[in-house]
Design a protein around this ligand. Sequence first.
Ligand code: G4P
Length: 546
Amino acid sequence: MTVASPHTDPGGRDLPGADGSPVGEARRRRTFAVISHPDAGKSTLTEALALHAEVISAAGAVHGKGGRRGVTSDWMDMERERGISVTSAVLQFAYRDHVINLLDTPGHGDFSEDTYRVLAAVDAAVMLLDAARGLEPQTLKLFDVCRARGVPVLTFVNKWDRPGREPLELVDEVEQRIGLRPMPITWPVGIAGDFHGLVERADGSMRRFTRAAHGASKAAEEILDPDRAAAEEGVDWQRATEELELLGEIGADFDATDFHAGTATPVMFGAALSNIGVARLLDALVDLAPPPAARPSAAGDPRPLEAPFSGLVFKVQASMDKSHRDRVAFVRVCSGRFERGMVLTHDATRRPFATKYAQAMFGRDRSTIEEAFPGDIVGLVNATALRPGDTLWADEPVTFPAIPSFAPEHFSVARVADASKTKQFRKGIEQLDSEGVIQVLSSDLRGDQAPVLAAVGPLQFEVVAARLGDEFAAPIKLERLDYSLARRTDAAGAEALKGSIGIEVLTRRADGELLALFPHKWRLQAVMQNQSTVLLEPLIAEGATP
Ligand code: G4P
């Protein structure tokens, strides 16, 4: 499959508003990710979004759950078995005269570090809630990640076709538990499970739906003016309008500045499975979500959109398909125009980087990208030198801020099960480290044969073990360590802590940071009290809602 240029439609016709300039193209791009607790409906919503749009390129648009043709990206065997999505992919599609880039995020909180990297590449996130469950643990954790990155969040309350909670209770929960002021854009008419349509808060009209069969096609809908809605919907309409009045009184009106600053969230209701409210969500993304903007460099100067090409590597992924054992770096275009074949500079090494093999996102399908603009994601194949957080640029140097690593909370020593595979084991560990699959810690004492793997969540160990076994033919044995907390220290700190019982200082290979590991917070507190000069800095996302 060859992909049309991003400012033409899949048939090669020019899209209205496309002018081919980085600024003009950036203006009509919306790059976002959906974050949700597993089972809230992320895959279903992704499919429903694609149904409303013309798909330009589909990353891993390959298989669906339950026999549906899917656009999901959970292609790894383990992902299928466990029903989790470990890896990310990108779906690019045209909607109205815009180009939408939807980046997939892992649903499971154990992979929050990966989500954090994806969120470094988006301009907004959709927080998907299950109407019956509201905010769930992983939603909270993922939301913390959005907050840490200052990503504006739109909230979509899904599964309104099933019995669920009161809408006022749900928006209140968003406000109370995550501190985002809810700004409903639509409001349901009829309770969850007996739902007739949505009131458009801006003009009071009602969009009434006839449910579509199980995800098969768009739901039929009609627009009713308020008088007709009042006459035909009776008490349900009255109740919805009363609730909206109540919200008006507490100041829940839409405010773009607060949304973009990440202090307030537009809220919408719907049912992804019946495609209800999905087009409205796309409209809200186009109309309300911010387009790509100049990205600040590490030095604090924003890189103008019209500056020469620059991009941020936010993910490195190897062997996305068993038939392609290569390594792909996912790059978010930050400025300028990307043209396949251009030679870029890899900022970290100052080495040239050729882009002949630029591809639209993968999965089982691969397609060549000829050009891309700010907000788009380019996959660079065989990018062995690139790591998450790296900058690529053309003509004028820029360094984007590194993507910080998360505070690990689980630690295991990895050893190769069969000593004759030591070389493969080392190579595998090195590769998984540079992809950022897990943090690899070492010390002289432990040596190369027994690195300590540090994870945000234990499922990361399973991914490492599976990949070392499958891809590197180096099955491993893991031994859990008793630590649960890491703090950044320095050489003096490492010296001072030497010999302390239950504490170990290790070097993180990826960035050379020294991490002091503690079994629990009481041990840490004791050291902080008794050795107050020892540097013990918290790492990001420590203690994020479990
Ligand atoms: P995830 O990617 O967030 O894990 O969720 P996924 O889309 O797989 O959805 C989880 C389950 O919720 C699926 O049911 C899906 O059909 C259902 N679902 C998603 N959106 C809606 C909705 O708007 N309304 C209703 N009623 N259900 C919804 P399943 O039984 O696990 O799978 P399937 O057999 O239906 O594919």
